[in-house]
Design a protein around this ligand. Structure first.
Ligand SMILES: [Zn+2]
Length: 384
């Protein structure tokens, strides 16, 4: 497999990047030093940036996927590719300064020094300003790749320096094909997962391969039919809130424990048996960062569940408007029966109101409102 093969449904982007790689390997004059990858969640922005980075370092100049450079790039251990991501809500100035330092180094391979900022939308303004100068005047061998959901998510002074690469939501058929070819998933399951995930490649794979992910989605979709009394609405809100917290806990617990162990080892807390001066401050900084990460993970999980509910309402609307003939074409084809029932119980107008309620809830949660309250308000609106 070449480094490009996993960029499903992104042929136009791959063509642009391959042309840039070819130009770079034949002298590199006119190489663009700053790129901005945008596209909806799951479309593979950071995968595209990583593939591009790997291809630029490839010993054969193509992104063959086989040479030492491609293999280490893929494994995330190439010395001249720095990946900057965050589990927290934002990337701060300290992290940005470190990146700027890395950007000024000569590449050890003699090719390029590549910096991939995976969550450029999470740069604080100060951090973005710290990067700005390095992006404006990069050393000749340095290439920046920033990733964000939309161009507007990156401050204008930075984005005006970048060449824009826009990814699209990959078609369900292309995602299904990847699941069959790369992961060996059976065709029917791949098709259902690809449709249900609406072009989110990672989620499609999780749906097709993990029972608990499938179970959680069903649990969420079943909520839509359970909203009869105010009490059931509040319970449904609590269910989503708890599922999200559990999910965040699963992901965060092991990371937290490892970071704490590293911190204790770093400060020699284990050997000396007592806490050196300065440790308390470092510990509290770590705990703050971990709390932020939990918050973000839980919000992301809530958003994923809201997207499931939204896709269900859109299916209901499609049935009510008669725009879907074959139930197999519904996003949630596996629960077509429930979709038909919900469609009979309401009107297109009431469904549109529900769609609005879900969109409003997503916005409030993204704007840091208290998630449980937002969910409760939404569930009551869904029942109305
Ligand atoms: Zn290669």
């Amino acid at each position: 497999m070449t480094v490009w093969d996993e960029l499903v449904g992104q042929e136009p982007v791959v063509e642009v990047l391959q042309r840039a790689v070819a130009a770079a390997s034949s002298g590199g004059s006119g190489m663009t030093h700053a790129w901005l990858f945008t596209g909806p969640p799951g479309s593979g922005r950071s995968n595209a940036a990583r593939a591009f980075a790997a291809a630029l370092q490839c010993e054969r100049g193509t992104g063959c996927g086989e040479c030492h450079s491609c293999v280490t790039a893929r494994a995330g251990s190439h010395p001249d590719i720095t990946l900057i991501s965050t589990q927290g809500l934002s990337i701060g100035t300290d992290q940005a300064r470190e990146v700027v330092r890395a950007a000024s180094l000569h590449p050890s391979s003699g090719r390029w020094q590549v910096l991939v900022v995976e969550d450029a939308d999470r740069l604080t303004d100060q951090a973005a300003n710290a990067l700005l100068k390095a992006i404006e005047e990069p050393p000749p061998a340095t290439i920046w790749m920033l990733c964000a959901p939309a161009v507007e998510d990156v401050i204008v002074t930075i984005r005006s320096r970048c060449r824009s690469v826009v990814l699209r939501t990959p078609p369900a058929a292309a995602v299904a094909r990847l699941l069959v070819e790369r992961d060996g998933i059976d065709a029917q399951a791949a098709r259902e997962a690809a449709q249900a995930s609406q072009g989110h490649v990672g989620r499609a794979r999780a749906l097709a391969t993990k029972d608990e992910v499938r179970r959680r989605r069903r649990e969420i979709l079943d909520l839509a039919g359970s909203l009869r009394t105010p009490g059931s609405c509040l319970r449904a809100a609590a269910t989503i809130h708890e599922l999200a917290a559990d999910h965040a806990k699963d992901l965060a617990d092991s990371a937290d424990a490892k970071e704490l162990a590293d911190l204790r080892a770093g400060w020699g807390v284990e050997e000396r048996g007592k806490r050196p001066a300065g440790y308390a401050g470092a510990l509290s900084a770590l705990e703050k960062e971990q709390k932020r990460r939990r918050t973000r993970l839980s919000r992301d999980a809530i958003d994923g569940m809201l997207l499931d509910l939204l896709s269900l309402q859109r299916d209901v609307l499609a049935v009510q408007l008669g725009s879907v003939q074959d139930p197999g074409d519904l996003v949630n084809a596996d629960v077509a029966g429930e979709v038909q029932t919900l469609a009979r119980l309401g009107t297109a107008e009431s469904t549109l109101r529900r769609v609005d309620a879900i969109l409003e809830c997503r916005e409030s949660v993204a704007a840091n409102a208290a998630p449980l309250l937002c969910l409760e308000r939404m569930m009551l609106a869904l029942a109305a």
